[in-house]
Ligand binder design. Structure first.
Ligand code: VNL
Length: 390
């Protein structure tokens, strides 16, 4: 055996051993929550951690006789760091589940660790369609870009938007959004006249927006990850794009509830498609939002928080269903097929794809009691990820 292969199999054996120890009873059940707590995507980490802690505060920290320990680690948004932390959590901390994953590259970097150690990887944020195909141990509680994008591409042409320029962050979810928007919008008789991609790290939107202004489409369709929306909105307004008759449309990432309130009245009227709004009108959501705000003064929960909250539900329920004795594969099996009411509405973890099936809402930014909200005005029920089985 050559040395690399040998080291590889030793590491693999350590991962498998660690995973079986994690299933031992009466020891605490550890959930390794890996999040970007610093850097460009820190708001995603902050939202998910707050929601996970809220879930535990509401549902207790003991499940089927096992004490739950949440081990939160900051990967700073860098995939090499995520992977190293995931390995440490499995081998040294003997976590039963890996969770979190604020960005697509971070979820993908962890996939081989999940597979080798047979540890469920609960993706609470990242949203590129193909992520669930990177390991049979991945389960998703967030959403996919094709899911929300296709709904927008159906709405736009029925509402006077025939000519669009797309502007996306240049990586997995942005490429998904660009592709699925163009495909469905064109099918519906619309025309995508230009497709612009901006770098994920430290993007400068100004030159791109100038180009869009010159192209004069009916609307600009935008995908940028949570945390980057306010910068897009600011520059869109500063350049007078709205006054030039160009509408802003997109997935709900751009009018993220975490930032929306600070975007100002220029955001009023922006229409997006998404799976969650803080303003979602249900008794469960009202309870969730009130409890979240009470526990985290000055914050309101966004779609990342809901992905984290529901991801914890999926983990708790799997541990319960396996009487606290489940190893990785047993927990995974108990995660598949879960159906429950989320603050976003009814959801379902599809056992075949391990991806989430959920409602997608069309929403318009409006002011209510002095605050800006994404107010839902239409719904598409039980949307599966259109990126699967093509
Ligand atoms: C991703 C997708 C990240 C949508 C996001 O915010 C988001 C991703 C941090 O898959 O990387 O809003």
């Amino acid at each position: 055996m050559d040395k690399r292969l040998f080291l590889h199999s030793v590491a693999g054996a350590a991962l498998v051993l660690a995973a079986s120890q994690a299933a031992a009873q009466n020891t605490p059940f550890k959930i390794g929550l890996i999040l970007p707590m610093t850097g460009q995507s820190a708001s995603t980490g902050r939202q998910i951690e707050a929601a996970a802690r809220l879930y535990m505060a509401q549902n207790g920290d003991t499940v089927a006789g096992r004490k739950i320990e949440l081990v939160v680690k900051d990967d700073t948004g860098l995939p090499d760091v995520t992977k190293r932390i995931a390995q440490e959590l499995v081998v040294n901390e003997k976590v039963g589940v890996l969770a979190g994953f604020g960005l697509t590259p971070l979820a993908l970097a962890t996939a081989p660790i999940a597979t080798q150690s047979r540890t469920p990887e609960v993706v609470m944020a990242a949203a590129t369609s193909s992520i669930t195909e990177a390991s049979p141990f991945i389960i998703r509680s967030s959403f996919t870009l094709p899911q929300v994008t296709v709904s927008m591409a159906d709405w736009a042409p029925k509402n006077g938007i025939k000519k669009v320029v797309t502007l996306v962050s240049d990586y997995g979810p942005g490429i998904d959004a660009e592709k699925f928007f163009k495909e469905r919008f064109t099918f519906n008789g619309g025309q995508v006249v230009d497709a612009l991609r901006v770098p994920l790290r430290n993007p400068d939107f100004a030159p791109f927006l100038q180009k869009v202004r010159d192209e004069k489409p009916d609307a600009l369709f935008v995908f940028v990850p949570s945390g980057a929306g306010a910068a897009v909105m600011k520059q869109f307004l500063e350049r007078g794009m709205d006054k030039a008759g160009i509408r802003l449309i997109g997935t709900g990432d751009v009018t993220d509830d975490d930032q929306l309130n600070d975007m100002g009245d220029g955001a009023l009227g922006v229409v997006t498609a998404h799976h969650y709004s803080t303003d979602h009108d249900s008794a469960l959501n009202k309870q969730f939002v009130a409890a979240f705000k009470k526990a985290n003064p000055g914050m309101r929960p966004n779609f990342m928080a809901v992905g984290g909250y529901d991801g914890m539900r999926v983990i708790y329920q799997a541990l319960k269903a396996t009487n606290g004795k489940g190893d990785g594969p047993a927990l995974l099996a108990a995660m598949k097929g879960q159906i429950f009411e989320s603050p976003r509405g009814q959801v379902f973890i599809d056992a075949q794809t391990r991806d989430i099936v959920q409602n997608v809402y069309l929403r318009k930014v409006e002011k209510k009691n002095g605050e800006l909200y994404n107010v839902e005005f239409d719904v598409l029920k039980d949307v599966k990820d259109p990126g699967k089985n093509r």
